[in-house]
Design a protein around this ligand. Structure first.
Ligand code: PLP
Length: 397
């Protein structure tokens, strides 16, 4: 039979039918431990006993209504996001449905911020290996030729620099008066789990303050508790001006948000931006309940502790293995870089009952639900380490 689904993904040959906690089952009844969480989306795992009844309640009341009307659930979720981000009271949030949309909106804020300052052709600093999405503007901001190829001409107005290089930023800002913002993932996800160093984040904050630029931190993947803090930049003790969010915010219900601090909060005015699905009651309820459950169940501390256990356990299980280059990340966002492309591990892991991802060709990426238990972390290690050992014992191609 011909498939009528557009062929844009490399898919494994099984379909998932249902899940519970960190377990999922395929349509043939095979069980998997989920160490991918729908790519950092299923914060609370699957079929969470508190989230499910809340969403059922919301579906029975109101799934969608237009942004023509007052939106109390948007108000509630915006209040909570501003509070958890520790941002001043004058901060504001715009709601959308995906990560790329949050980033697209952030880029619009940067451009209008520039125009408001009299800069007619605003430019934004972006980074090598960055991933910001697949719309025309966000793929242009992305630092991966594979994502861009075939979709030229790219959107102009980006200056690309290497990550963790403050001197390069200072030089670019000195040389180019059109720069209005610095846009980066606090921890790069798709690019291979590459953290921005704390002192670099602090330096970027300083440069942005000195030169009246917006610091825009894409926390679509690394935010929402995954690193053991609400937002990954909080480890560096800084605050962004603009913070796009998505993935984990709704525990699986599509949702995105742009959190804007005081300098960016009022850049977009009535008529400047909008989206039909953004801020709909179902997505808002999913966000509100996710944040509430995370607090009730202490999931930040839990993510930090389980991340430690995972990292230490894997390091011990892979000790002395040739071909393991580096382990990077924080909390339950972990990348293990190997000395060779390792996409085949994804299939081998699935055959062994484990869902993982491989990104940037050579990096095994783990993004389990934040509810993962100690026993499940140990099981993850027990399943994954032998596969990696066997894989690396073969001669590199
Ligand atoms: C996944 C991701 C995006 C894009 O999100 P979509 O919801 O797929 O559009 C943007 N930025 C980062 C850091 C991501 O990980």
């Amino acid at each position: 039979m011909t498939s009528h689904v557009m062929n844009t993904y490399g898919r494994l040959p099984f379909a998932l039918s249902h899940g519970r906690g960190c377990r999922v089952w395929d349509t043939d009844g095979r069980e998997y431990l989920d160490a991918l969480g729908g790519i950092a989306v299923n914060t609370l795992g699957h079929a969470h006993p508190k989230l499910v009844p809340a969403l059922q309640d919301q579906v029975g009341k109101l799934i969608h209504c237009s942004n023509y009307y007052a939106a109390p659930l948007q108000e509630a979720l915006a209040d909570e996001l501003v509070r958890l981000a520790g941002l001043p009271d004058s901060s504001k949030v715009f709601f959308c449905s995906t990560g790329l949309e949050a980033n697209e909106g952030a880029l619009k804020i940067a451009r209008k911020f520039g125009h408001n300052k009299g800069i007619a052709r605003p430019e934004v600093i972006v980074y090598d290996k960055a991933f910001h999405g697949r719309s025309i503007a966000t793929l242009s901001a992305t630092g991966n030729p594979k994502v861009q190829q075939g979709f030229e001409p790219l959107v102009e107005g980006f200056v690309r620099l290497p990550l963790n290089d403050l001197d390069a930023v200072r030089a670019a800002v000195q040389a180019n008066p059109n720069i209005v913002a610095i846009f980066l993932e606090t921890i790069q996800g798709e690019g291979g789990i590459n953290p921005t160093r704390a002192e670099v984040l602090q330096g970027l904050r300083q440069i942005c303050d000195q030169h009246d630029l917006l610091l825009m931190l894409d926390e679509v993947q690394c935010g929402l508790g995954r690193t053991g803090r609400w937002f990954a930049h909080q480890w560096a003790g800084i605050q962004p001006d603009v913070m796009p969010l998505a993935k984990g915010l709704g525990s699986g219900v599509p949702i995105g948000a742009i959190v804007a601090g005081p300098r960016a909060a009022d850049v977009l005015q009535p008529g400047n931006h909008g989206t039909t699905f953004g801020g709909n009651p179902l997505a808002m309820r999913a966000g509100i309940e996710t944040l509430k459950i995370m607090q009730e169940d202490g999931l930040l501390a839990h993510a930090a502790a389980m991340g430690e256990r995972l990292r230490n356990g894997l390091a011990a299980a892979l000790e002395g293995v040739q071909g393991v280059k580096e382990m990077r990340g924080q909390g339950l966002m972990l990348g293990i870089e190997l000395d060779r492309p390792c996409g085949v591990l994804l299939t081998q892991a699935a055959e062994a009952g484990l869902l993982i991802s491989v990104t940037a060709d050579t990096v095994v990426r783990l993004l389990p639900p934040l509810i993962i238990t100690a026993a499940e972390v140990d099981e993850l290690i027990a399943k994954l380490a032998p596969l990696m050992r066997a894989f690396l014992a073969q001669p590199a191609a």
